[in-house]
Design a protein around this ligand. Sequence first.
Ligand code: ADP
Ligand code: 5GP
Length: 190
Amino acid sequence: MESPSGKLIIFTAPSGAGKTTIVRYLLQKFDQLAFSVSATSRAQRPGEKHGKDYYFLSVEEFRQAIDREAFAEWEEVYQGQYYGTLKQEIQRLWAEGKHILFDIDVQGALHLKKVYGTQALVVFVQPPSLEALEIRLRGRQTEDEASFKKRIAKAAEELSFAPSCDRVLINDDLETTLKQAEEMILSFIK
Ligand code: ADP
Ligand code: 5GP
């Protein structure tokens, strides 16, 4: 029998724009939502848990999963760092009767949109400016200088994809953003 299918709500943005903050808030607000845990080959950050924040794989394991066609989408988001959504993860959460929240890069988001059409909503989280993005990313204190530079270098290109997404959510004042995100979700899953 086919698993029941829910909706896909996909948050995308340059690193540091606020996706994780928004997604965490929505998960504690709505019981019907669950987070799609991605696979990645990047190093685990302090405090991150395997199976909760990511499935941490070696590059070799990641490539084997690509060859098995285990991914609904995957991208080499930064050179040598792979990220992807496992088909099994989507099936697992739909089998639990949930709508799925994603925090993925813009190429991956548009790929899922192509596959799932109106079942998917792509929300682009836009920082008020590139300067604000740099301040947030530095303030998070998770990246070394090389990783920080890679992320900022990619941000300008990523920002140009905002018009290709279903909605743009400007994350300036956080409280306002969270309220707007809540409204977007409610009108999409009702
Ligand atoms: P992402 O998941 O998109 O990389 P995060 O959610 O980790 O981004 O946010 C990056 C940093 O910016 C975090 O330290 C977070 O607390 C902070 N932040 C998020 N939204 C805002 C906001 N509206 N104003 C100021 N700081 C914010
Ligand atoms: P981070 O290393 O900061 O956790 O994530 C870096 C980037 O990879 C972010 O833009 C994040 O949204 C993206 N990302 C995380 N998981 C996936 C995924 O499964 N697929 C794709 N395409 N991008 C992902």
